[in-house]
Design a binder for this molecule. Structure first.
Ligand SMILES: NC(=O)C1=CN([C@@H]2O[C@H](COP(=O)(O)OP(=O)(O)OC[C@H]3O[C@@H](n4cnc5c(N)ncnc54)[C@H](OP(=O)(O)O)[C@@H]3O)[C@@H](O)[C@H]2O)[C@@H](O)CC1
Ligand SMILES: Nc1ncnc2c1ncn2[C@@H]1O[C@H](COP(=O)(O)OP(=O)(O)O)[C@@H](O)[C@H]1O
Ligand SMILES: [K+]
Length: 483
Protein backbone atom coordinates (compact mmCIF):
# COMPACT_ATOMS: atom_id res chain seq x y z
CA UNK A 1 0.00 0.00 0.00
CA UNK A 2 1.40 3.36 -0.98
CA UNK A 3 0.41 6.92 -0.12
CA UNK A 4 0.26 9.29 -3.09
CA UNK A 5 2.16 12.57 -2.65
CA UNK A 6 2.99 15.33 -5.14
CA UNK A 7 6.31 13.54 -5.77
CA UNK A 8 4.70 10.22 -6.66
CA UNK A 9 5.39 8.97 -10.18
CA UNK A 10 2.56 6.64 -11.25
CA UNK A 11 0.40 5.61 -14.17
CA UNK A 12 -3.30 6.46 -14.08
CA UNK A 13 -5.85 4.08 -15.58
CA UNK A 14 -9.36 4.94 -16.62
CA UNK A 15 -12.31 2.66 -15.91
CA UNK A 16 -11.91 0.72 -19.16
CA UNK A 17 -8.20 0.08 -18.48
CA UNK A 18 -8.91 -0.87 -14.88
CA UNK A 19 -11.59 -3.35 -15.96
CA UNK A 20 -9.11 -4.93 -18.38
CA UNK A 21 -6.51 -5.29 -15.65
CA UNK A 22 -9.10 -6.72 -13.27
CA UNK A 23 -10.11 -9.37 -15.81
CA UNK A 24 -6.51 -10.31 -16.59
CA UNK A 25 -5.66 -10.61 -12.90
CA UNK A 26 -8.83 -12.49 -11.98
CA UNK A 27 -8.19 -15.05 -14.75
CA UNK A 28 -5.06 -16.31 -12.99
CA UNK A 29 -6.34 -16.18 -9.41
CA UNK A 30 -8.70 -18.31 -7.36
CA UNK A 31 -12.25 -16.89 -7.25
CA UNK A 32 -12.80 -14.06 -4.76
CA UNK A 33 -9.06 -13.46 -4.28
CA UNK A 34 -9.13 -9.86 -5.50
CA UNK A 35 -12.01 -8.89 -3.24
CA UNK A 36 -10.35 -10.53 -0.25
CA UNK A 37 -7.19 -8.57 -0.92
CA UNK A 38 -9.20 -5.39 -1.45
CA UNK A 39 -11.21 -5.83 1.75
CA UNK A 40 -8.11 -6.58 3.79
CA UNK A 41 -6.37 -3.49 2.43
CA UNK A 42 -9.41 -1.35 3.29
CA UNK A 43 -9.51 -2.81 6.80
CA UNK A 44 -5.79 -2.16 7.33
CA UNK A 45 -6.00 1.46 6.25
CA UNK A 46 -9.17 1.99 8.29
CA UNK A 47 -7.48 0.61 11.42
CA UNK A 48 -4.45 2.85 10.80
CA UNK A 49 -6.63 5.95 10.37
CA UNK A 50 -8.76 5.27 13.45
CA UNK A 51 -6.90 2.77 15.62
CA UNK A 52 -9.12 3.47 18.63
CA UNK A 53 -12.43 3.69 16.82
CA UNK A 54 -15.30 2.29 18.83
CA UNK A 55 -17.92 2.60 16.12
CA UNK A 56 -17.05 2.15 12.46
CA UNK A 57 -19.92 2.75 10.05
CA UNK A 58 -19.44 0.91 6.77
CA UNK A 59 -21.95 2.00 4.12
CA UNK A 60 -22.09 -0.67 1.42
CA UNK A 61 -23.63 -0.39 -2.03
CA UNK A 62 -25.28 -3.02 -4.22
CA UNK A 63 -22.26 -4.02 -6.33
CA UNK A 64 -18.67 -5.12 -5.80
CA UNK A 65 -17.67 -1.83 -4.22
CA UNK A 66 -20.13 -2.79 -1.51
CA UNK A 67 -18.50 -6.24 -1.55
CA UNK A 68 -15.15 -4.63 -0.67
CA UNK A 69 -16.88 -2.91 2.24
CA UNK A 70 -18.44 -6.16 3.44
CA UNK A 71 -15.09 -7.93 3.22
CA UNK A 72 -13.44 -5.08 5.17
CA UNK A 73 -16.19 -5.39 7.79
CA UNK A 74 -15.43 -9.09 8.21
CA UNK A 75 -11.70 -8.43 8.51
CA UNK A 76 -12.18 -5.65 11.07
CA UNK A 77 -14.58 -7.68 13.13
CA UNK A 78 -12.06 -10.53 13.27
CA UNK A 79 -9.53 -8.00 14.65
CA UNK A 80 -11.72 -6.82 17.49
CA UNK A 81 -13.37 -3.76 15.91
CA UNK A 82 -17.13 -3.21 15.94
CA UNK A 83 -18.20 -2.33 12.40
CA UNK A 84 -21.83 -1.54 11.71
CA UNK A 85 -22.83 -2.24 8.13
CA UNK A 86 -25.69 -0.59 6.29
CA UNK A 87 -26.10 -2.46 3.00
CA UNK A 88 -28.13 -1.27 0.03
CA UNK A 89 -27.89 -4.54 -1.87
CA UNK A 90 -30.60 -6.87 -3.01
CA UNK A 91 -29.89 -10.50 -1.98
CA UNK A 92 -31.39 -11.70 -5.28
CA UNK A 93 -29.13 -9.52 -7.44
CA UNK A 94 -25.85 -9.33 -5.57
CA UNK A 95 -22.80 -10.18 -7.73
CA UNK A 96 -21.02 -13.43 -6.77
CA UNK A 97 -17.92 -11.83 -5.19
CA UNK A 98 -20.00 -9.47 -3.08
CA UNK A 99 -22.25 -12.38 -2.07
CA UNK A 100 -19.21 -14.32 -0.84
CA UNK A 101 -18.09 -11.34 1.25
CA UNK A 102 -21.64 -10.82 2.54
CA UNK A 103 -21.58 -14.38 3.83
CA UNK A 104 -18.12 -13.90 5.36
CA UNK A 105 -19.28 -10.75 7.14
CA UNK A 106 -22.33 -12.54 8.52
CA UNK A 107 -20.22 -15.49 9.61
CA UNK A 108 -17.80 -13.15 11.39
CA UNK A 109 -20.69 -11.70 13.40
CA UNK A 110 -20.71 -8.23 11.83
CA UNK A 111 -23.69 -6.12 12.92
CA UNK A 112 -26.07 -5.15 10.09
CA UNK A 113 -28.43 -2.18 10.52
CA UNK A 114 -31.20 -0.58 8.46
CA UNK A 115 -29.89 2.91 9.03
CA UNK A 116 -26.59 4.54 10.07
CA UNK A 117 -25.56 4.55 13.74
CA UNK A 118 -26.25 7.75 15.68
CA UNK A 119 -22.53 8.48 15.94
CA UNK A 120 -19.37 6.94 14.56
CA UNK A 121 -15.61 7.39 14.79
CA UNK A 122 -14.89 6.43 11.18
CA UNK A 123 -17.16 6.11 8.16
CA UNK A 124 -16.24 3.88 5.23
CA UNK A 125 -17.86 4.75 1.92
CA UNK A 126 -18.22 1.49 -0.02
CA UNK A 127 -21.37 2.57 -1.84
CA UNK A 128 -20.21 2.97 -5.43
CA UNK A 129 -16.90 2.44 -7.17
CA UNK A 130 -16.04 2.38 -10.83
CA UNK A 131 -19.45 0.87 -11.68
CA UNK A 132 -21.37 4.05 -10.78
CA UNK A 133 -23.75 4.64 -13.66
CA UNK A 134 -25.78 7.61 -12.46
CA UNK A 135 -25.87 10.18 -9.67
CA UNK A 136 -26.57 8.68 -6.25
CA UNK A 137 -30.04 9.53 -4.99
CA UNK A 138 -32.46 8.52 -2.24
CA UNK A 139 -31.00 6.70 0.73
CA UNK A 140 -27.55 6.46 -0.82
CA UNK A 141 -27.37 10.21 -1.33
CA UNK A 142 -28.67 10.77 2.18
CA UNK A 143 -25.96 8.54 3.68
CA UNK A 144 -23.24 10.32 1.69
CA UNK A 145 -24.48 13.68 2.92
CA UNK A 146 -24.50 12.44 6.48
CA UNK A 147 -21.00 11.01 6.41
CA UNK A 148 -19.52 14.07 4.74
CA UNK A 149 -21.41 16.43 7.02
CA UNK A 150 -19.97 14.78 10.12
CA UNK A 151 -16.66 15.45 11.82
CA UNK A 152 -15.45 11.83 11.82
CA UNK A 153 -13.02 10.83 9.06
CA UNK A 154 -14.35 9.27 5.84
CA UNK A 155 -12.48 6.52 4.00
CA UNK A 156 -13.68 6.05 0.43
CA UNK A 157 -13.20 2.62 -1.07
CA UNK A 158 -11.69 2.75 -4.58
CA UNK A 159 -13.25 6.13 -5.42
CA UNK A 160 -15.51 8.53 -3.52
CA UNK A 161 -19.04 7.41 -4.42
CA UNK A 162 -20.48 9.51 -7.20
CA UNK A 163 -17.09 10.68 -8.46
CA UNK A 164 -16.42 9.94 -12.12
CA UNK A 165 -13.17 8.00 -11.93
CA UNK A 166 -12.14 9.11 -15.43
CA UNK A 167 -12.78 12.85 -15.15
CA UNK A 168 -13.05 13.89 -11.50
CA UNK A 169 -16.59 15.15 -11.96
CA UNK A 170 -18.72 14.73 -8.85
CA UNK A 171 -22.26 13.74 -9.73
CA UNK A 172 -23.89 14.22 -6.36
CA UNK A 173 -24.64 17.64 -4.96
CA UNK A 174 -23.63 16.70 -1.42
CA UNK A 175 -21.89 18.74 1.25
CA UNK A 176 -19.67 20.98 -0.83
CA UNK A 177 -16.27 19.26 -0.95
CA UNK A 178 -13.74 21.03 1.20
CA UNK A 179 -16.43 22.69 3.31
CA UNK A 180 -17.19 19.56 5.32
CA UNK A 181 -15.26 18.99 8.50
CA UNK A 182 -14.37 15.37 7.93
CA UNK A 183 -10.83 14.36 7.07
CA UNK A 184 -11.01 12.42 3.82
CA UNK A 185 -9.05 9.40 2.69
CA UNK A 186 -9.41 7.25 -0.38
CA UNK A 187 -7.93 3.81 -0.96
CA UNK A 188 -7.77 3.26 -4.70
CA UNK A 189 -7.72 -0.43 -5.60
CA UNK A 190 -5.67 -2.12 -8.30
CA UNK A 191 -5.02 1.17 -10.13
CA UNK A 192 -4.93 4.90 -9.54
CA UNK A 193 -7.65 6.65 -11.50
CA UNK A 194 -7.24 10.11 -13.10
CA UNK A 195 -10.46 11.46 -11.62
CA UNK A 196 -8.98 11.29 -8.13
CA UNK A 197 -6.51 14.02 -8.99
CA UNK A 198 -8.23 16.73 -10.99
CA UNK A 199 -11.45 18.76 -11.12
CA UNK A 200 -13.49 17.91 -7.99
CA UNK A 201 -11.54 14.72 -7.39
CA UNK A 202 -8.91 16.07 -5.04
CA UNK A 203 -11.44 17.61 -2.66
CA UNK A 204 -13.68 14.55 -2.76
CA UNK A 205 -10.89 12.00 -2.25
CA UNK A 206 -8.63 13.77 0.24
CA UNK A 207 -5.47 11.80 0.98
CA UNK A 208 -5.13 9.10 -1.67
CA UNK A 209 -3.61 5.67 -1.13
CA UNK A 210 -3.08 2.87 -3.63
CA UNK A 211 -3.15 -0.87 -3.11
CA UNK A 212 -2.34 -2.68 -6.34
CA UNK A 213 -3.73 -5.97 -4.97
CA UNK A 214 -0.42 -7.57 -5.99
CA UNK A 215 -1.44 -7.37 -9.64
CA UNK A 216 0.55 -6.27 -12.64
CA UNK A 217 -0.60 -3.26 -14.63
CA UNK A 218 1.12 -4.20 -17.86
CA UNK A 219 -1.97 -5.41 -19.75
CA UNK A 220 -3.58 -1.98 -20.19
CA UNK A 221 -2.51 1.40 -21.53
CA UNK A 222 -2.53 4.20 -18.94
CA UNK A 223 -4.80 7.15 -19.69
CA UNK A 224 -2.54 9.67 -17.96
CA UNK A 225 0.22 9.80 -15.37
CA UNK A 226 1.58 11.57 -12.34
CA UNK A 227 5.00 12.84 -13.33
CA UNK A 228 6.26 13.65 -9.83
CA UNK A 229 8.95 16.19 -9.04
CA UNK A 230 11.11 17.51 -11.86
CA UNK A 231 14.82 16.68 -11.65
CA UNK A 232 17.19 19.20 -10.10
CA UNK A 233 19.04 21.26 -12.68
CA UNK A 234 22.33 22.26 -11.11
CA UNK A 235 24.07 25.19 -12.83
CA UNK A 236 27.42 24.52 -14.42
CA UNK A 237 30.23 26.46 -12.78
CA UNK A 238 31.19 27.85 -16.17
CA UNK A 239 27.70 29.05 -17.08
CA UNK A 240 26.87 32.74 -17.63
CA UNK A 241 23.72 34.75 -18.08
CA UNK A 242 23.62 33.90 -21.76
CA UNK A 243 23.25 30.25 -20.75
CA UNK A 244 19.85 30.93 -19.24
CA UNK A 245 18.29 32.83 -22.08
CA UNK A 246 16.38 36.03 -22.65
CA UNK A 247 12.72 36.37 -21.73
CA UNK A 248 10.54 39.14 -23.16
CA UNK A 249 7.26 39.63 -21.34
CA UNK A 250 4.83 41.29 -23.73
CA UNK A 251 1.70 42.55 -22.03
CA UNK A 252 0.68 45.10 -19.44
CA UNK A 253 -1.78 47.32 -21.29
CA UNK A 254 -2.77 50.59 -19.56
CA UNK A 255 -4.05 49.78 -16.07
CA UNK A 256 -2.68 46.23 -16.24
CA UNK A 257 1.08 46.75 -16.16
CA UNK A 258 1.18 44.81 -12.89
CA UNK A 259 0.35 41.52 -14.58
CA UNK A 260 3.29 41.81 -16.97
CA UNK A 261 5.61 42.94 -14.19
CA UNK A 262 4.59 39.93 -12.10
CA UNK A 263 5.43 37.58 -14.97
CA UNK A 264 8.73 39.39 -15.54
CA UNK A 265 9.63 39.24 -11.85
CA UNK A 266 8.78 35.53 -11.79
CA UNK A 267 10.94 34.86 -14.85
CA UNK A 268 13.82 36.73 -13.24
CA UNK A 269 13.59 34.94 -9.90
CA UNK A 270 13.15 31.57 -11.59
CA UNK A 271 16.56 32.05 -13.16
CA UNK A 272 16.22 33.54 -16.64
CA UNK A 273 19.45 35.19 -17.82
CA UNK A 274 17.90 38.52 -18.83
CA UNK A 275 14.29 39.67 -18.62
CA UNK A 276 12.77 42.43 -20.73
CA UNK A 277 9.43 43.93 -19.78
CA UNK A 278 7.83 45.01 -23.04
CA UNK A 279 4.81 46.90 -21.77
CA UNK A 280 1.89 47.84 -23.97
CA UNK A 281 1.30 50.83 -21.70
CA UNK A 282 3.93 53.20 -23.09
CA UNK A 283 3.63 55.42 -20.02
CA UNK A 284 4.20 52.77 -17.38
CA UNK A 285 7.10 53.55 -15.10
CA UNK A 286 9.96 51.14 -14.45
CA UNK A 287 9.47 48.94 -11.41
CA UNK A 288 12.20 50.52 -9.30
CA UNK A 289 12.05 47.68 -6.79
CA UNK A 290 13.38 45.42 -9.54
CA UNK A 291 16.12 47.32 -11.36
CA UNK A 292 17.22 44.06 -13.08
CA UNK A 293 14.15 44.29 -15.31
CA UNK A 294 14.78 46.08 -18.59
CA UNK A 295 11.93 48.12 -20.04
CA UNK A 296 11.58 47.92 -23.83
CA UNK A 297 9.20 49.02 -26.53
CA UNK A 298 7.62 45.76 -27.76
CA UNK A 299 8.28 46.82 -31.39
CA UNK A 300 12.01 47.08 -30.77
CA UNK A 301 12.58 43.47 -29.71
CA UNK A 302 14.06 40.82 -31.99
CA UNK A 303 12.10 37.82 -30.74
CA UNK A 304 13.89 35.32 -32.93
CA UNK A 305 16.46 34.65 -30.19
CA UNK A 306 14.13 35.12 -27.26
CA UNK A 307 11.43 33.45 -25.26
CA UNK A 308 8.28 35.56 -25.50
CA UNK A 309 5.76 35.46 -22.66
CA UNK A 310 2.73 37.06 -24.26
CA UNK A 311 -0.62 38.08 -22.90
CA UNK A 312 -0.31 38.85 -19.18
CA UNK A 313 -2.49 41.94 -18.70
CA UNK A 314 -2.40 42.34 -22.47
CA UNK A 315 -5.96 43.57 -22.92
CA UNK A 316 -7.17 44.06 -26.48
CA UNK A 317 -3.85 45.66 -27.44
CA UNK A 318 -1.97 42.35 -27.41
CA UNK A 319 -3.81 41.25 -30.53
CA UNK A 320 -1.80 43.50 -32.87
CA UNK A 321 1.48 42.06 -31.61
CA UNK A 322 0.53 38.41 -31.80
CA UNK A 323 1.27 37.82 -35.50
CA UNK A 324 4.90 38.77 -34.82
CA UNK A 325 5.11 36.77 -31.61
CA UNK A 326 3.61 33.66 -33.18
CA UNK A 327 5.69 33.89 -36.35
CA UNK A 328 9.06 34.92 -34.98
CA UNK A 329 9.51 34.07 -31.29
CA UNK A 330 12.09 31.34 -30.81
CA UNK A 331 10.05 30.01 -27.89
CA UNK A 332 6.71 31.25 -26.59
CA UNK A 333 4.37 31.14 -23.64
CA UNK A 334 0.87 32.23 -24.59
CA UNK A 335 -1.25 33.32 -21.63
CA UNK A 336 -4.38 35.23 -20.64
CA UNK A 337 -5.45 37.93 -23.13
CA UNK A 338 -3.24 36.45 -25.85
CA UNK A 339 -5.28 33.25 -25.56
CA UNK A 340 -8.50 35.25 -25.62
CA UNK A 341 -7.37 37.09 -28.75
CA UNK A 342 -6.50 33.82 -30.47
CA UNK A 343 -9.90 32.37 -29.54
CA UNK A 344 -11.58 35.27 -31.36
CA UNK A 345 -9.41 35.39 -34.46
CA UNK A 346 -9.13 32.52 -36.98
CA UNK A 347 -6.06 34.15 -38.57
CA UNK A 348 -4.21 33.98 -35.26
CA UNK A 349 -5.36 30.37 -34.84
CA UNK A 350 -3.82 29.58 -38.21
CA UNK A 351 -0.54 31.22 -37.16
CA UNK A 352 -0.48 29.25 -33.92
CA UNK A 353 -1.12 26.01 -35.80
CA UNK A 354 1.66 26.87 -38.23
CA UNK A 355 3.99 27.51 -35.30
CA UNK A 356 3.17 24.05 -34.02
CA UNK A 357 3.91 22.50 -37.41
CA UNK A 358 7.29 24.27 -37.49
CA UNK A 359 8.10 22.66 -34.16
CA UNK A 360 8.73 25.96 -32.37
CA UNK A 361 8.43 25.36 -28.63
CA UNK A 362 5.13 26.81 -27.41
CA UNK A 363 3.28 26.50 -24.12
CA UNK A 364 -0.33 27.63 -23.73
CA UNK A 365 -1.39 28.30 -20.12
CA UNK A 366 -5.20 28.63 -20.12
CA UNK A 367 -7.39 28.61 -17.07
CA UNK A 368 -10.68 26.76 -17.69
CA UNK A 369 -12.53 29.80 -19.09
CA UNK A 370 -9.71 30.59 -21.52
CA UNK A 371 -9.61 26.93 -22.57
CA UNK A 372 -13.37 27.01 -23.09
CA UNK A 373 -13.08 30.05 -25.37
CA UNK A 374 -10.35 28.37 -27.42
CA UNK A 375 -12.45 25.22 -27.77
CA UNK A 376 -15.67 27.19 -28.34
CA UNK A 377 -17.49 25.37 -25.54
CA UNK A 378 -18.65 26.33 -22.05
CA UNK A 379 -16.41 26.26 -19.00
CA UNK A 380 -18.44 23.42 -17.51
CA UNK A 381 -17.68 21.28 -20.58
CA UNK A 382 -13.96 21.86 -20.01
CA UNK A 383 -14.22 21.04 -16.32
CA UNK A 384 -16.33 17.95 -17.07
CA UNK A 385 -13.31 16.37 -18.76
CA UNK A 386 -10.13 18.32 -18.17
CA UNK A 387 -7.81 15.66 -19.59
CA UNK A 388 -9.64 15.55 -22.87
CA UNK A 389 -9.97 19.35 -23.09
CA UNK A 390 -6.22 19.83 -22.58
CA UNK A 391 -5.39 17.08 -25.07
CA UNK A 392 -7.71 18.51 -27.72
CA UNK A 393 -6.08 21.93 -27.41
CA UNK A 394 -2.59 20.43 -27.56
CA UNK A 395 -3.42 18.38 -30.65
CA UNK A 396 -5.20 21.22 -32.40
CA UNK A 397 -2.43 23.78 -31.92
CA UNK A 398 0.62 21.51 -31.88
CA UNK A 399 1.54 23.06 -28.53
CA UNK A 400 2.05 22.05 -24.94
CA UNK A 401 -0.98 22.99 -22.85
CA UNK A 402 -1.11 23.55 -19.10
CA UNK A 403 -4.81 23.62 -18.20
CA UNK A 404 -4.72 25.33 -14.82
CA UNK A 405 -6.80 24.77 -11.69
CA UNK A 406 -6.96 22.05 -9.06
CA UNK A 407 -4.96 19.22 -10.61
CA UNK A 408 -3.35 21.15 -13.48
CA UNK A 409 -3.32 18.97 -16.60
CA UNK A 410 -0.28 19.18 -18.86
CA UNK A 411 -0.82 17.81 -22.35
CA UNK A 412 1.29 17.65 -25.50
CA UNK A 413 0.63 16.27 -28.97
CA UNK A 414 1.31 12.56 -29.11
CA UNK A 415 2.03 12.23 -25.38
CA UNK A 416 0.02 10.90 -22.47
CA UNK A 417 -1.27 13.80 -20.37
CA UNK A 418 0.19 14.43 -16.93
CA UNK A 419 -1.58 15.69 -13.83
CA UNK A 420 0.33 17.89 -11.43
CA UNK A 421 -0.30 17.40 -7.72
CA UNK A 422 1.38 20.42 -6.16
CA UNK A 423 -0.59 23.57 -5.42
CA UNK A 424 -3.60 24.44 -3.35
CA UNK A 425 -6.41 26.93 -3.07
CA UNK A 426 -4.09 29.60 -1.66
CA UNK A 427 -3.12 30.09 -5.29
CA UNK A 428 -6.68 31.22 -6.00
CA UNK A 429 -5.65 34.88 -5.82
CA UNK A 430 -5.12 37.51 -8.49
CA UNK A 431 -1.89 37.38 -10.45
CA UNK A 432 -0.69 33.88 -9.62
CA UNK A 433 -1.35 32.83 -13.22
CA UNK A 434 0.91 35.64 -14.47
CA UNK A 435 3.60 34.33 -12.15
CA UNK A 436 3.23 30.85 -13.64
CA UNK A 437 3.58 32.22 -17.17
CA UNK A 438 6.85 33.91 -16.18
CA UNK A 439 8.13 30.73 -14.59
CA UNK A 440 7.34 28.70 -17.70
CA UNK A 441 9.11 31.36 -19.77
CA UNK A 442 12.22 31.07 -17.63
CA UNK A 443 12.30 27.28 -17.91
CA UNK A 444 11.89 27.52 -21.70
CA UNK A 445 14.58 30.19 -21.98
CA UNK A 446 16.93 27.92 -20.03
CA UNK A 447 16.63 25.41 -22.84
CA UNK A 448 14.16 22.87 -21.54
CA UNK A 449 11.81 21.29 -24.10
CA UNK A 450 8.31 22.76 -23.87
CA UNK A 451 6.73 19.80 -22.08
CA UNK A 452 9.44 19.61 -19.43
CA UNK A 453 9.43 23.41 -19.05
CA UNK A 454 5.69 23.43 -18.40
CA UNK A 455 5.87 20.54 -15.97
CA UNK A 456 8.81 21.98 -14.05
CA UNK A 457 7.23 25.41 -13.71
CA UNK A 458 3.79 24.12 -12.74
CA UNK A 459 5.37 21.85 -10.15
CA UNK A 460 7.52 24.57 -8.55
CA UNK A 461 4.67 27.12 -8.64
CA UNK A 462 2.42 24.74 -6.70
CA UNK A 463 5.23 23.54 -4.45
CA UNK A 464 5.89 27.13 -3.33
CA UNK A 465 2.24 27.42 -2.34
CA UNK A 466 2.36 24.07 -0.52
CA UNK A 467 5.25 25.28 1.63
CA UNK A 468 4.00 28.80 2.14
CA UNK A 469 4.37 30.14 5.69
CA UNK A 470 1.36 31.23 7.73
CA UNK A 471 1.24 34.59 5.96
CA UNK A 472 -1.03 35.62 3.09
CA UNK A 473 0.08 34.34 -0.31
CA UNK A 474 0.44 37.22 -2.75
CA UNK A 475 1.41 36.91 -6.37
CA UNK A 476 4.32 39.34 -5.98
CA UNK A 477 5.83 37.28 -3.14
CA UNK A 478 5.17 34.11 -5.15
CA UNK A 479 7.03 35.64 -8.09
CA UNK A 480 10.00 36.21 -5.79
CA UNK A 481 9.96 32.54 -4.85
CA UNK A 482 8.35 33.25 -1.48
CA UNK A 483 11.08 35.69 -0.46
N1 LIG B 1 -11.86 -3.26 -10.66
C1 LIG B 1 -11.07 -3.95 -9.84
O1 LIG B 1 -9.97 -4.20 -10.11
C2 LIG B 1 -11.56 -4.44 -8.60
C3 LIG B 1 -12.82 -4.05 -8.22
N2 LIG B 1 -13.21 -4.19 -7.02
C4 LIG B 1 -14.30 -3.41 -6.54
O2 LIG B 1 -15.43 -3.49 -7.37
C5 LIG B 1 -15.88 -2.21 -7.73
C6 LIG B 1 -16.62 -2.26 -9.00
O3 LIG B 1 -17.73 -3.08 -8.75
P1 LIG B 1 -18.99 -3.08 -9.71
O4 LIG B 1 -18.54 -3.24 -11.09
O5 LIG B 1 -19.91 -4.08 -9.17
O6 LIG B 1 -19.54 -1.62 -9.57
P2 LIG B 1 -19.97 -0.76 -8.28
O7 LIG B 1 -19.06 0.43 -8.24
O8 LIG B 1 -20.08 -1.55 -7.06
O9 LIG B 1 -21.40 -0.21 -8.71
C7 LIG B 1 -22.26 -1.01 -9.45
C8 LIG B 1 -23.51 -1.29 -8.68
O10 LIG B 1 -24.08 -0.10 -8.23
C9 LIG B 1 -25.32 0.13 -8.88
N3 LIG B 1 -25.38 1.54 -9.14
C10 LIG B 1 -24.68 2.26 -10.02
N4 LIG B 1 -24.91 3.56 -9.87
C11 LIG B 1 -25.82 3.67 -8.86
C12 LIG B 1 -26.46 4.75 -8.25
N5 LIG B 1 -26.21 6.01 -8.62
N6 LIG B 1 -27.30 4.51 -7.26
C13 LIG B 1 -27.54 3.25 -6.85
N7 LIG B 1 -26.97 2.18 -7.42
C14 LIG B 1 -26.11 2.39 -8.40
C15 LIG B 1 -25.34 -0.76 -10.05
O11 LIG B 1 -26.65 -1.09 -10.30
P3 LIG B 1 -27.32 -0.88 -11.75
O12 LIG B 1 -26.63 0.30 -12.39
O13 LIG B 1 -27.05 -2.13 -12.44
O14 LIG B 1 -28.72 -0.62 -11.42
C16 LIG B 1 -24.54 -1.94 -9.54
O15 LIG B 1 -25.34 -2.75 -8.71
C17 LIG B 1 -14.61 -1.39 -7.74
O16 LIG B 1 -14.84 -0.01 -7.66
C18 LIG B 1 -13.90 -1.95 -6.52
O17 LIG B 1 -14.39 -1.34 -5.35
C19 LIG B 1 -12.40 -4.97 -6.07
O18 LIG B 1 -13.24 -5.78 -5.31
C20 LIG B 1 -11.41 -5.89 -6.71
C21 LIG B 1 -10.68 -5.30 -7.76
N1 LIG C 1 -7.65 25.49 -5.88
C1 LIG C 1 -6.48 25.48 -6.53
N2 LIG C 1 -5.65 24.43 -6.44
C2 LIG C 1 -4.48 24.43 -7.10
N3 LIG C 1 -4.05 25.45 -7.89
C3 LIG C 1 -4.84 26.50 -8.02
C4 LIG C 1 -6.09 26.59 -7.36
N4 LIG C 1 -6.66 27.76 -7.68
C5 LIG C 1 -5.81 28.39 -8.50
N5 LIG C 1 -4.71 27.64 -8.71
C6 LIG C 1 -3.56 27.98 -9.56
O1 LIG C 1 -3.35 29.39 -9.50
C7 LIG C 1 -3.09 29.91 -10.80
C8 LIG C 1 -4.20 30.89 -11.16
O2 LIG C 1 -4.06 31.31 -12.49
P1 LIG C 1 -5.13 32.24 -13.20
O3 LIG C 1 -6.48 31.66 -13.03
O4 LIG C 1 -4.63 32.51 -14.56
O5 LIG C 1 -5.07 33.55 -12.28
P2 LIG C 1 -4.72 35.07 -12.61
O6 LIG C 1 -5.38 35.38 -13.92
O7 LIG C 1 -5.31 35.83 -11.47
O8 LIG C 1 -3.25 35.19 -12.64
C9 LIG C 1 -3.00 28.72 -11.73
O9 LIG C 1 -1.67 28.26 -11.80
C10 LIG C 1 -3.87 27.68 -11.02
O10 LIG C 1 -3.55 26.37 -11.37
K1 LIG D 1 -16.79 4.22 -2.83
Amino acid sequence: MQRVTPSTVADLFDVAGTRTLEQVAAATLAPHTLMQRAGLAVARLAMAIAPHARTVWIACGPGNNGGDGLEAAAQMKLRGFAPIVTWLGNPDRVPPDARASLERARAAGVAFAESPPVAWDLAIDALLGIGASRAPDGEMAEWLRRMHGDTAPVLSVDVPSGLDADTGRLALDRTPPGNGHAARFCLSLLTLKPGLFTAQGRDAAGEVWLDDLDCSASAATPAAWLAGAPPNRPRLQSSHKGSYGDVAVIGGAPGMAGAALLAASAALHAGAGRVFAALLDGHAALDTSQPELMLRDPASLDLSKMTAVAGCGGGAAIRALLPRVLSTAQRAVIDADALNAIALDPALQTLLEARGRRGLPTVLTPHPLEAARLLDVGTSAVQADRLSAAQRLADRFGSVVALKGSGTVIAAPGARPRINLTGNARLASAGTGDVLAGMVGSALAGGLPALEAAQEAVWHHGDLADHWPATPLTASALARGGR
